[in-house]
Design a protein around this ligand. Structure first.
Ligand SMILES: C[S@@+](CC[C@H](N)C(=O)[O-])C[C@H]1O[C@@H](n2cnc3c(N)ncnc32)[C@H](O)[C@@H]1O
Length: 271
């Protein structure tokens, strides 16, 4: 198949030009900067048809590309991890980087998945001590590959929520599964359900995490949780049920939807 035909077919799937470029570059070693689309370059029909059918079936283009360059790091991606969301990137860049100094701090990234949050934090705060945990060994293997590639030293740990975590932290961040079980989630078909779904109302992970937060947070520590905006009120109430002495703010995303709960521990009752 000629490159031009392949390009037209990919464009018809409403892919972004930047994503088509990346796909052609990393799957077929074709650099669009070095050639014209109507050049005589050929692409293997068989492989392209496979790629096209997958994309038509909502297979995420970044699983085919295999990585995403974001916040100065390369995050490797496959079906064992979710693709980092723009809201998470925005929160890290616009909220954490601007408001928190995590250098020399003990940090926990609970439910790390691709490792995106830990990798971005370690890159920005080289002297932070970061533990990144997940229950999925496959996700951890993918995250470790990214850490090695980016030469970032992160302590990855296999753990069912806090089960294998024994340290205390200045900063805990978590983007846990939060989609209600029956919610029609567009990209769920090829993404790990373990990373998405959290019970009938989507709150099961928070129910497991929130009762332990105070025990794992040092005095003056901060805990941040990504959340699904329709559940923001419920998650706020759930948090204060288990953790009373906290200053809490809900941070909105660029579309002004509540997407993050940030809780600052103001009194330490345990140390
Ligand atoms: C929303 S994804 C993480 C996304 C990633 N932190 C990011 O921001 O791109 C949720 C992660 O929670 C993990 N997870 C699900 N149940 C868990 C449990 N019981 N203990 C620890 N991790 C769990 C999943 O394997 C998945 O990697």
């Amino acid at each position: 198949m000629k490159l031009k035909e392949a390009f037209q077919k990919l464009s018809s799937l409403n892919l972004q030009l930047a994503d088509i470029r990346l796909l052609l570059e990393h799957r077929y070693r074709i650099n669009l900067n070095d050639c014209f689309i109507d050049s005589e370059i050929e692409i293997s029909d068989q492989d392209f048809q496979k790629v096209y059918n997958l994309l038509k079936d909502d297979y995420p283009v970044y699983y085919l590309i295999g990585f995403l360059d974001i916040l100065n790091i390369r995050v490797f991606l496959n079906e064992t991890v979710l693709i980092p969301e723009i809201e998470t990137e925005e929160f890290i860049y616009d909220y954490i980087f601007k408001n928190c100094d995590l250098n020399n701090k003990d940090v926990l990234d609970l439910c790390t998945g691709s490792g995106f949050i830990s990798l971005a934090l370690k890159k920005h705060y080289p002297s932070a001590n970061i533990i990144a945990s997940d229950i999925s060994n496959d996700a951890l293997a993918t995250a470790k590959k990214s850490a090695e590639y980016n030469q970032l030293n992160i302590d990855f740990r296999h753990s069912d929520f806090f089960d294998e975590i024994h340290e205390k932290f200045d900063f805990i961040i978590s983007n846990p599964p939060y989609i209600p079980d029956n919610s029609p989630y567009l990209k769920a078909k090829y993404s790990p359900s373990l990373a998405l779904f959290a019970g009938e109302d989507g709150l099961d992970a928070y129910r497991k995490i929130f009762p332990s937060i105070d025990r794992y947070l040092k005095s003056n520590g901060v805990a941040c949780f990504e959340l699904e905006s329709p559940n923001a009120d419920k998650i706020y109430k759930l948090f204060i049920t288990f953790n009373q002495n906290y200053e809490i703010r809900i941070v909105n995303d660029m579309n002004d939807r509540p997407r993050f709960l940030v809780a600052h521990k103001i009194i330490n009752r345990q140390e």
